[in-house]
Design a binder for this molecule. Structure first.
Ligand SMILES: O=C(O)CCC(=O)C(=O)O
Length: 238
């Protein structure tokens, strides 16, 4: 089942403090190569050890999660559904630019196995998950602005596969915009955001011109993400 546009996951924060934030420069330059965390430390950079501690186990990247043939198989499966849609460059929610997206319920056996591996890796047994998988296609010129996924429609964990292109995902603390963490998302990797990384930090995918990790250019090509989420926990009945 597909919806014409599933914008439900994104909720732009009330204020975006990017100007005030001491974020790493868009161009290569010296900034602290301090705190690391996550399963693959080389893929994570934080503004300081406090942020790394705060996000330990809550934001991580698994490089090489997909093999080349698995990436190709998933890509071939989502492509016909994406092709039916046009890239949008002025979306009403303003959180994303140059994209098309869909949600997919029915997958081939081979893709189901891959998605099960994602679910087994990212979610504890018994956690209720959204059966629809969100597929987001970012044009080479597309990018995702800082936002926090809507708490109405998505629970504590977001797990995304990156197809076709590497990219940089930036997390910025809502409370203190000087606290940030960059995740390098190599092509074919899996990232997982949970807990504080999901609720207390905005996340964004940098546009090509700003796509640097630790001073190194990470060229942004067209990128498809395949994202699994869990269901929000319903408030206890009163
Ligand atoms: O493309 C991604 O991996 C992130 C997607 C995202 O931030 C969203 O849909 O809210």
């Amino acid at each position: 089942m597909h919806r014409a546009s599933p914008p439900i996951f994104r909720q732009a924060p009330p204020t975006m403090h990017r100007a005030a934030a001491r974020l790493p420069p868009a161009r290569p330059g010296p900034w602290p190569r301090r705190a690391l965390c996550g399963e693959a430390p080389a893929l994570v950079r934080a503004s300081g050890p406090g942020v790394a501690r705060r996000l330990r186990g809550q934001a991580g990247v698994r490089p090489g999660f997909l093999s080349g043939p698995e990436e190709a198989a998933l890509g071939q499966e989502v492509e016909p559904q994406l092709r039916r849609r046009r890239y949008q460059f002025d979306h009403w929610d303003g959180a994303i630019h140059g994209f098309r997206e869909t949600e997919i319920a029915q997958w081939s056996e081979a893709s189901r196995e891959i998605l099960q591996r994602v679910r087994d890796t990212a979610f504890p047994p018994g956690m209720s998950q959204l059966s629809l998988v969100h597929v987001l296609d970012l044009d080479k010129s597309g990018y995702i602005k800082p936002h926090i996924d809507s708490v109405k429609f998505c629970g504590c964990t977001v797990a995304g596969l990156s197809l076709l292109s590497s990219s940089v995902m930036r997390l910025v603390s809502e409370q203190n915009p000087e606290d940030w963490m960059d995740l390098l998302l190599p092509r074919r990797s899996l990232y997982i955001l949970r807990g504080r990384a999901r609720y207390e930090f905005t996340h964004e995918i940098l546009k090509d011109a700003e796509s640097f990790f630790d001073g190194q250019k990470i060229p942004r090509e067209r990128r498809i993400s395949v994202i699994c989420r869990n269901l929000p926990v319903l408030p206890a009945p009163t």
